[in-house]
Ligand binder design. Structure first.
Ligand code: ADP
Ligand code: MG
Length: 231
């Protein structure tokens, strides 16, 4: 069953003649692991941000984007915040608090969960990620790889159904990258979360993603087996 459906989606930024996205038609099933690829400037970030109501860029959109059959613009704010998680390229732009545990609690706090619920979300998430011993660390003392993992954990603490990631590996060294990819695989397999990850450098992603969608100049130029693309 489809979790996200894009119907003839086109988008242009203000004051730009050419479209950043043109007639995109895509159906993403529940539990899929999709890599969104293509050269820099092809429209990956624009597409991902249109899927997250709070990050939607300003401009002119035509066509439809449906999450579980509901147009994204019509989703209530809480669903749009919790159900669709977004991990950005640079963890320093997304980490907002001082301590790791606070970072994990922040989302749950912002939607007004009780202290007990927040505590339970934080401990479950810390257990899943194996980061109990980092909980009381200062975020600014963490390595780049640890920061991106905390970033991912804080998004996962909201239990999203869909996880969107915009070039999450670009600032990571090869070891941190491999660890991060294996977390994505576990999240997808064990929690059933639908994962859509935009990457310019495909690294180890092609071997774990079943499906690759490639954009070229705002249009889909490949949609199918990830293994048929070469790095
Ligand atoms: P990618 O993430 O694949 O590098 P983007 O979605 O960032 O691609 O960009 C797609 C196109 O939209 C590019 O031509 C880019 O220059 C343009 N673009 C991106 N952001 C903006 C913006 N805020 N204003 C105007 N044009 C933009
Ligand atoms: Mg981008």
């Amino acid at each position: 069953m489809a979790i996200l459906t894009l119907e003839n989606l086109s988008f242009s930024y203000p004051d730009r003649d050419e479209k950043a996205l043109e007639n995109i038609c895509l159906t993403i099933g529940r539990g899929e692991f999709v890599v969104l690829c293509g050269e820099s400037g092809c429209g990956k970030s624009t597409l991902l941000r249109l899927l997250k109501k709070q990050l939607r860029p300003k401009g002119t959109k035509s066509g439809g984007i449906f999450y579980k059959g509901v147009e994204i613009d019509d989703l209530d704010d809480r669903t749009a915040v919790t159900d669709i998680g977004f991990v950005m390229q640079n963890p320093d732009n997304q980490i907002v608090t001082d301590k790791v545990w606070h970072e994990l609690a922040f989302g749950a706090e912002s939607i007004g969960l009780s202290q007990n619920e927040i505590r339970s979300q934080v401990s479950q998430t810390a257990l899943f990620f194996g980061i109990e011993d980092l909980l009381y660390c200062d975020c600014d003392k963490l390595s780049g790889g640890q920061k991106q993992m905390i970033n991912l954990a804080s998004v996962m603490a909201m239990n999203p159904d869909v996880l969107l990631l915009d070039e999450p590996l670009s600032q990571l060294d090869p070891i941190a990258s491999t660890q991060f990819i294996s977390l994505l695989v576990r999240i997808n397999k064990e929690l059933g979360t639908t994962v859509i990850v935009a990457e310019h450098q495909l690294g180890g992603l092609l071997s774990v993603a079943k499906r690759a969608v490639m954009l070229d100049n705002g249009k889909v130029c490949h949609d199918g087996d990830a293994s048929s693309l070469t790095e």
